[in-house]
Design a protein around this ligand. Structure first.
Ligand code: ZN
Length: 558
């Protein structure tokens, strides 16, 4: 990787045994260098980019240290006391923190090629995204990752292969078990996805069609992923009243299939179970003590965000919206839906749907930012649960909505954040500024941890927070040369002021970029510098271990 010292020089030295010959060789080599300079061929500098005056937090969790960082050909070439004249360009970090670029392992950026700058992520320090979460991904992984060649991105991109998407392709959105043929088809799709570079399998077991899968269906797909060294990342079957059962199911899949488990956006969303995180965390700890690799990720907010559909019974949604509408035409069915939703709400401990805010509703954009309770009042003049449920059903029939649900307790969020195996991930997509009223996590997640939870609440150290955004995600998802500041590692870096770093995005005004981020560097190139995005698009597709396994196999077959 390094062009310094020049390779001819090194090989010359290697063949010279006698000290005086070495001295002679050095003399001539130096002469050669100064001559080439005299002939105005600029000798290549040892570093393309040098970051000076940095306090380095290397991602390991260790305390910061002072060093300069020299970057060459997209990699960290040297860490230490380095000379500015050895670099083509220099960034003065001015005593700020330099950390590895943040790795966001839980995103939904299937549409990233239409917003290749991924500005909302970059501006909070994120340099690598893992998408394909919650059971929804591209099914042709080679094609999805390959597009980066024609449409370069500002950030690195990895993806999971998603159970829901694979199931839909094999058997539509039917509420039933797959036939043996359909099972084989799903296994083939997952295997191809792993060979094409997926980092693992994701499920979304509250969504159509993932919700119709039994545990054994997922275990058999997870076995395929295990053969290729992938991970199982799950949006569990339940995050509310049955969260403990759902954690046990996730762990069972990992133990039976023999692969690591990542529980996505770990939380408790039932008010009745607030404060029970010692129990849910305990289940993860127990599995780890039995030897299973289980980790979790979390966003730093007490509100979640998902579709409106997730409030409706899964049996109603089988086969898709048109099928559901046919069922709802029957009065008895409609009444059953009302009854089940009312009971579900009661079990969750919320008195009505004022905790449910609309993020994006296409038929009436004026609903965006308002709660279901407020909208119901606006539309019907009534505010009881019955009318709110009817309002939800009618919005579902009109095509559904994106929602923000204020459903968690701050204590639980903090208890999860303190666990050593918790990483920080946004669950966000790429954002178009000022489009709808989305969850603020897409603009503020990482910096909210650094500003609010580290600096203001002192819940964790800055070094530990950085670890949860860098080396832990890299270790868990197999990015072997990222997530740490080490010589030879990819030069994904973020420079920030730990005194001012913070989130500015709120639930009311989410489209606000963070404060305190100075530079974001991806594969050695600044993509954000000073106050603005640059035009650089140095992102790379990061492919999982299955790809090299597939290559080795095909080489062996030759
Ligand atoms: Zn999810």
């Amino acid at each position: 990787m390094l062009n310094w010292p020049p390779t001819e020089f090194v090989s010359m030295i290697r063949y010279l045994k006698h000290p005086s010959l070495i001295a002679l060789a050095v003399f001539f080599s130096l002469n050669l260098l100064s001559n080439s300079a005299a002939h105005s061929i600029t000798p290549e500098k040892p570093y393309d980019l040098l970051i000076t005056n940095a306090r380095v937090i290397d991602g390991s969790g260790n305390p910061w240290f002072r060093a300069d960082i020299g970057i060459k050909n997209g990699r960290i070439a040297s860490i230490g006391r380095l000379r500015a004249e050895d670099a083509a360009k220099t960034i003065d970090a001015a005593n700020q923190i330099v950390a590895p670029g943040f790795i966001d392992v839980h995103t939904h950026v299937e549409s990233i090629y239409s917003l290749p700058a991924a500005e909302n992520f970059v501006r909070m320090g994120v340099t690598t995204l893992v998408t394909g979460n919650c059971g929804a991904s591209a099914t042709d992984i080679a094609q999805f990752l390959g597009r980066i060649k024609e449409k370069p991105l500002a950030v690195n991109l990895a993806t999971l292969i998603a159970h829901g998407s694979v199931r839909r392709q094999a058997m539509g959105s039917d509420d039933r078990a797959p036939t043996p043929d359909e099972s084989r088809k799903m296994e083939q799709l997952v295997e191809q996805g792993m060979k094409d570079g997926a980092v693992g399998l994701s499920t979304g077991l509250i969504y159509v069609p993932g919700t119709y899968a039994r545990t054994d269906e997922i275990t058999s797909l997870a076995r395929v992923v295990a053969r290729y060294g992938g991970i199982y990342a799950t949006h569990m079957r339940n995050e509310g009243e049955k969260v403990a059962d759902a954690i046990r199911e996730s762990i069972q899949i990992g133990e039976q299939a023999g692969l690591p488990v990542e529980i996505s956006h770990f939380k408790i969303s039932s008010k009745k179970l607030w404060g029970q995180t010692p129990m849910t965390i305990g289940l993860v700890r127990d599995a780890r003590s039995r030897g299973l690799m289980v980790t979790v990720d979390q966003y730093a907010y007490t509100a979640s965000s998902t579709s409106l559909d997730s409030r409706l019974p899964s049996w109603l949604r089988a086969g898709g919206l048109e099928e559901a509408k046919k069922r709802l035409a029957d009065d008895a069915t409609r009444e059953r839906v009302r009854k089940e939703m009312k009971e579900g709400l009661k079990r969750s401990g919320f008195k009505d749907y004022s905790y449910a805010m609309v993020a994006s509703y296409d038929p009436y954009k004026s609903f965006n930012g308002k709660s279901i309770a407020a909208i119901t009042k606006l539309v019907t003049g009534k505010n009881d649960v019955q009318h709110q449920i009817d309002q939800i059903v009618s919005m579902y029939e009109a095509g559904g909505a994106g929602m923000v649900y204020h459903g968690m307790s701050e204590d639980d969020v903090q208890r999860i954040m303190r666990e050593p195996f918790t990483m920080i991930a946004s669950d966000s997509g790429v954002r178009q500024v000022d489009e709808s009223v989305p969850h603020p996590r897409g603009y503020g997640n990482n910096v909210r941890v650094l500003g609010h939870y580290v600096r203001e609440l002192q819940l964790l150290s800055l070094e530990d927070a950085v670890r949860k955004m860098t080396s832990l995600p890299a270790q868990t998802f197999g990015f072997r040369d990222r997530g740490l500041i080490r010589e030879g590692f990819a030069a994904d870096l973020v420079v920030f002021d730990e005194k001012t770093v913070g989130d500015r995005a709120t639930y009311e005004q989410p489209h606000q970029f963070p404060s305190g981020i100075s530079y974001v560097i991806v594969n050695g190139e600044p993509v954000f510098a000073g106050e603005a995005m640059t035009a650089a698009r140095p992102g790379m597709a990061l492919r999982g271990p299955g790809q090299s396994a597939a290559q080795t196999a095909s080489l062996g077959a030759r």
